[in-house]
Design a protein around this ligand. Sequence first.
Ligand SMILES: Nc1nc2c(c(=O)[nH]1)N[C@H]1C(S)=C(S)[C@@H](COP(=O)(O)O)O[C@H]1N2
Ligand SMILES: [Mo]
Length: 421
Amino acid sequence: MTVPNDESAYDRVRWAQWQAGQARLPGLSRRGLLRLTAAGGLALTALGTAPGTASAAGPIVKPLPPEWFDVYGTNAETRWEAMSGQGYLTPVDRFFVRDHTSTPVLDAAGWRLRLFGSGLRGAPTAANPVELTYRDLRRLPSETITAFIECAGNGRSFFTSQQGQAVSGTAWKLGAVGVARWRGVRLATVLARAGLTRDAVDVLPEGLDPDYVTGGVNLGKVRRPLPVGKALQDVLLAYEMNGEPLPPDHGFPVRLVVPSWVGISSIKWLGRIEVSATPLVSPWSTQFYRLLGPDYPAEGTLVTEQVVKSAFELPWDATLAAGRRHVLRGRSWSGHGRIRRVEVSTDGSTWEQAKPVGSTADRGWLRWEFPWRPRTAGAYTVRARATDVTGASQPDVAPYNTQGYLFGAVVRHPVTVVPTA
Ligand SMILES: Nc1nc2c(c(=O)[nH]1)N[C@H]1C(S)=C(S)[C@@H](COP(=O)(O)O)O[C@H]1N2
Ligand SMILES: [Mo]
């Protein structure tokens, strides 16, 4: 079976196979599957709106000081002013957290990665998988990459506040993104050692966190298939983040880092990987993380690469003094490649180039700055708009989709300029 390189072709093929009963959905009981199927498209969309299952103790392990984070149930986004004065990387303690349920605290010594499936030599079963220990993994050749991880729903709240559209899911502003240096072993290396065959088409990484239950249906472990092409390209089994062992909230002992793709691809607390010679799907590829709505085909479109975005390292509703020289700083990033140009507008109509600061990693972000001397006090809106190497830029309006993914439009950031004392 051939694997389409083009992602939309991949999705068209997988969707057709899923509809025709030729794709498997592992990890869901038959009853769960029937309930899902019976629920139909509309109700499936509503699953995304079900409230999180936060435990009273707090699903996230690390401290979430209010000056660094806005917390929504089992998720916490970085406040952009907390990036002010920081270097290129997002410090681990300020990195956003997105947990479907809660952070499990695992032990590296007892951890095993289990690989199985029809896409491996000898087709090992889930009950008798190829196993790797943490020490095995640490002994394999390592690679370090700098890459952002960003939630597909980052910026979702602006569908409502800027475009007046109702969407389901966590109402993130722009802080569900961070850049880190990830060290680990290429997934390609591990798959080769496990006996990857030419027949393999999909890999399905799965987390060790609790089952995700929503709308009364247990969807099983958090998991999302990756086409084998992407799995072999630049995906890392990461055990270090910014030079330290991964902390619990970010996937200790081992997580996947799938550069440039939506955050859900980067499965944390990795436990198993099915490697399959037949197509695989999961609720995270058939219902969640699909663009659905009036402008999309009925089955929607799979979300893979992130779009272009920009953010100011300013508090929301920042206060600045009139008549003074300020330097507005920010960062821009894209899933399609490096940022080539950033423009800033402070007057609602004209755009000027921002100055790049330092260099940019291929799969990271670009830092920039823009000097500004607001002459008079009042309410202002500052805007930043980036263009990447593919020519993709930020529109004024993001295409509407019911689950509020990929908000790539220019964000109107309010700033209050006060008279100088
Ligand atoms: N096992 C597991 N992996 C997961 C998730 C999860 O809930 N469980 N959340 C995903 C989502 S939706 C995102 S955006 C990223 C967030 O990574 P972070 O919490 O390290 O910032 O992890 C992804 N990997
Ligand atoms: Mo996400």
